[in-house]
Design a protein around this ligand. Structure first.
Ligand code: ZN
Length: 255
């Protein structure tokens, strides 16, 4: 049997053995519980968090995956039923305390990632604090968290899918990725077209401030009708390759 890498499926003794065998790197992924249009469940970012974290761990080797942390920061989705959000300080405290536990168990490298864009800002701030608090271990993350999700344009373009249709929320890209990981969770009879216009950075910031409902009635940014399972595998593969290649050890704040 191959090594189980999801910690929540392992017993404490299996985790102890893995650590003793040198599996001392762990991925701490943050997801969200938030609306993802009429066709995807509110756990989408959490499910994709597992998908991405498992593939990152496999590519890194000798790496376990901690339970994906959720809820995340999703205030901009609260107009849609079922979305849950934490305040920024609560979210940061939860991630910090999970890392603290993992350090106490003996993990030497902790990889901090997010499958949900709303968490990037808080985590970018937090990783520096973690690096200062836990100098005995390595805190690894992306120098520009989330950039990997912007590097998939060519994969879509090859199949004639433009960036606006790929979308940044519940559009073609995320729907394809969930088809690849948990096809049974996708409502294929309700794949939706959402907002596919172009947004300036200012308009994007305003949407985040006022909520997605000000721009998209069904909660979708992109065109999920174009989703494809095989392309979803390609997106996931490219994003995780770029994450692994881009990981750096975070320096403590002020150093
Ligand atoms: Zn999402």
């Amino acid at each position: 049997m191959s090594q189980e890498i999801l910690m929540e499926r392992m017993t404490w003794q299996e985790i102890e053995k893995a650590l003793n065998d040198g599996w001392d790197t762990v991925v701490v992924m943050s997801g969200s519980i938030e609306q993802h249009g009429p066709h995807l469940p509110i756990a989408t970012d959490t499910l994709l968090g597992y998908s991405l974290a498992e593939m990152v761990a496999q590519k890194m080797g000798k790496t376990l995956v901690a339970p994906v942390i959720r809820p995340g920061l999703s205030e901009h989705h609260m107009a849609f039923k079922g979305s849950l959000t934490l305040t920024r300080s609560t979210f940061m405290a939860v991630v910090r305390e999970v890392v603290d536990c993992l350090v106490r168990h003996g993990f030497k490298k902790v990889v901090i990632l997010s499958s949900h864009g709303g968490n990037f800002g808080a985590l970018t701030e937090l990783v520096k604090q973690l690096a200062a608090e836990f100098p005995q271990i390595e805190i690894l993350s992306s120098p520009e968290m989330g950039a990997e999700f912007e590097q998939t344009t060519e994969v879509g373009a090859k199949d004639g899918i433009d960036k606006a249709s790929m979308g940044v929320h519940a559009g073609e890209e995320e729907t394809s990725m969930l088809l690849a990981y948990a096809e049974d969770q996708v409502r294929k009879d309700r794949l939706a077209l959402g907002y596919v216009g172009t947004m300036s950075d200012k308009e994007h910031d305003e949407m985040i401030t006022h909520g997605l409902h000000t721009i998209t009635k069904n909660g979708v940014l992109g065109d999920a009708r174009l989703a494809d399972k095989e392309r979803g595998k390609k997106y996931t593969d490219l994003i995780t390759t770029n994450i692994v290649n881009g990981l750096v050890r975070i320096k403590p704040e002020g150093k």
